[in-house]
Design a protein around this ligand. Structure first.
Ligand code: SAH
Ligand code: SF4
Ligand code: F3S
Length: 442
């Protein structure tokens, strides 16, 4: 019988895609995907450390395996991702969970196969964390699980050192993939039938700024969008300090590129933005939105927002509310600031009390939800193009997203996963839309 694997993923899209790469490595070793944690022969945790609760979540789930490992000593437990890459964290993990067999980092993910083989040949645990990023290693064979969507890294790492953020410490400096490798990967994905491609990077707009690729992000986007075929193209994340008109001009040239930009503002207060080391102002941000809407009045913007950053006053917070209303985000991820060891912000004096943070996040969530709801209601009666992604067994409905990332549910006699369908929206419920199929694009 073939051995089974089970991967537990935390964190961002980058990690979700990296878990597909981990799955690719495991398939190469002869493992097959297991359905339940309890049946697995190897369990891999792909961790995140962006906020304290992400870490606690992983700690809890790893800890819960103690019993299983005891009753099944041949079970391999591997822990990788951003948390293991954090300074000193492998020691903490080793102490807390002595039953972990393998630890690897974000910078040597491609070596996991070798580490597993090594562990199988020895009793001792295998811990290998690479401290510094090396050249990009291209390895094929991600085992993709999200058809018709596919993620493609265009770069790794981050150079920005926003004062609250741990990513530059656990992902290394920015490295851009070669344009021909990216274009080839997207070409094969489109040939395989993938219908939505998302280009991934912590700050896609600074693609190529190391001077090694010979291309800017706008040029890369143009090259990828020029690939023939019926697919949608997205990119994530844009950093307001680097987002520019060149990119918007490329968007105008290609209808394939969704008119949705994820442009995290983080705060609406210039004082807070400065302390965050974001290197743009509220005014600059609003100018960019204006520019985008001049090209596409229908364009939508989504954001990440942090409340309770050290030193944030009520006045600062209210400026964030004002900005949220002014931009009218399609949706936004909202976070309470979480202090991360080793970052500049963790050293700042005026940390905000928890009850103040809680109060602000509640108000902000309410505001963001009300905007999203209002937008949903405007959909009713309209017909939108949805890319069907899945079937929800519980609801008995198919689901998919429109160009702006809005989720639409509908029933269908035929299996339409991976197809573009026109959906007449009959009902809106919070962030979800419900509708009837008008046409299936073959
Ligand atoms: N590179 C992306 C974001 C990656 S992290 C960008 O610059 O926008 C995703 C989001 O997590 C960030 O946008 C930020 O809003 C949030 N985040 C990062 N560090 C955080 C912290 N210490 N506390 C709370 N939220 C944080
Ligand atoms: Fe973190 Fe800033 Fe880099 Fe985004 S751009 S990953 S928030 S340091
Ligand atoms: Fe992503 Fe979390 Fe790492 S957000 S980059 S998995 S710290």
């Amino acid at each position: 019988m073939q051995e089974k694997y089970f991967i537990v993923t935390y964190g961002c899209q980058m990690n979700v895609h990296e878990s597909e790469k981990i799955a690719g490595i495991l398939h190469e070793l002869g493992y097959v995907e297991g359905e339940r944690l309890e049946d697995a022969d190897i369990i891999v945790f792909n961790t995140c450390c962006i906020r304290e609760n992400a870490e606690n979540h992983a700690f809890g789930n790893i800890g819960a395996l103690k019993k299983l490992k005891k009753s099944k000593p041949e079970l391999l437990i591997a822990v990788g991702g951003c948390m293991t890459q954090e300074k000193g964290k492998t020691d903490v993990l080793k102490k807390k969970f002595p039953f972990i067999d393998i630890m690897f980092g974000t910078l040597n993910l491609e070596r996991l196969g070798e580490l597993i083989l090594r562990k199988k040949a020895q009793k001792k645990k295998v811990i290998e964390i690479q401290e510094k990023e090396g050249e990009i290693i291209e390895f094929a064979g991600a085992y993709r699980t999200s058809y018709p969507n596919a993620w493609v890294n265009i770069m790794y790492g981050c150079n920005n050192f926003c004062s609250y953020c741990i990513v530059p410490y656990v992902r290394g400096r920015e490295r851009s993939r070669k344009p021909e490798n990216i274009v080839n990967e997207v070409q094969s994905l489109v040939a395989e039938g993938y219908k939505e491609i998302t280009l991934l990077g912590q700050n896609v707009n600074s693609y190529g700024s190391d001077g090694k690729t010979g291309m800017t992000f706008a040029e890369l986007l143009d090259a990828v969008a020029s690939i023939e075929g019926d697919f949608r193209l997205r990119f994530m994340t844009s950093h307001p300090k680097d987002f520019n008109e060149d990119v918007v001009k490329v968007m105008q040239k290609h209808r394939k590129i969704c008119r949705l930009v994820h442009l995290p503002v983080q705060s609406g207060s210039n004082a807070v933005l400065r302390a965050m080391n974001r290197r743009y102002t509220r005014e600059r941000y609003l100018e960019e939105i204006k520019m985008l809407k001049e090209y596409f009045p229908e364009a939508e913007v989504t954001s990440d927002i942090i409340v309770g950053f050290p030193g944030e006053t009520e006045e600062d917070y209210l400026q964030t509310e004002e900005l949220v209303k002014e931009v009218d985000f399609a949706s936004a991820f909202t976070f309470v600031y979480s202090s991360r060891q080793g970052t500049k912000a963790a050293e700042m004096e005026e940390q905000i009390p928890e009850e103040v943070q809680k109060d602000r996040i509640m108000r902000l969530v309410e505001l963001v939800n009300s905007l999203t709801r209002k937008k949903s209601e405007k959909y009713v009666g309209k017909t939108v193009e949805i890319l069907c992604e899945d079937y929800d067994k519980k609801k008995g409905l198919y689901l998919g997203r429109d160009e702006f990332g809005r989720m639409g549910y509908f029933s269908s006699e035929q299996d339409v996963i991976g197809k573009f369908v026109d959906l007449h929206i009959t009902k809106a419920n919070g962030i979800s839309l419900f509708g009837e199929i008008v046409r299936v694009k073959e």
